[in-house]
Design a protein. Structure first.
Length: 130
């Protein structure tokens, strides 16, 4: 994580976490890189990608965020327009009973990008252990 949570042990308190960032030249971003590990018993209520500088690969620029191997179950390829600086928000209610790895992936086609960066934020709530 880019910064530490206040206290992810507190149940029922929603927090906004800066999970991390990806840039046009982040090593292995095309394979998916780990941004953060969330503790067990967490609900993700929102995922946000803030494209601060537009990604400028010639043909396509795709950013995805997720917990699965494809890193796309939180923000998919149609949720973020990486070539346009803006904030991209998706509300959800995803319960994770086990520790969860958050990954980001940036893929591009055509002439390689020479610019682009995005910050990734998650809204999370800790839930009681069953």
């Amino acid at each position: 994580m880019k910064c530490e949570a206040m206290d992810l042990g507190v149940c029922g308190v929603e927090q906004v976490l800066c999970a991390g960032a990806v840039k046009f030249d982040t090593k292995d971003a095309d394979k998916g890189i780990v941004l953060a590990e969330l503790p067990k018993n967490i609900i993700i209520t929102k995922a946000v990608a803030v494209v601060n500088k537009a990604f400028n690969a010639a043909t396509t620029n795709v950013i995805t965020i997720g917990t699965n191997d494809a890193a796309n179950d939180l923000l998919g390829s149609s949720d973020v327009t990486a070539g346009t600086a803006n904030s991209y928000v998706k509300d959800m209610f995803k319960i994770f009973k086990e520790k969860t790895i958050i990954k980001v992936k940036y893929t591009q086609t055509g002439a390689k990008a020479t610019a682009g960066e995005a910050d990734i934020y998650l809204n999370v709530v800790r839930i009681p252990e069953a």
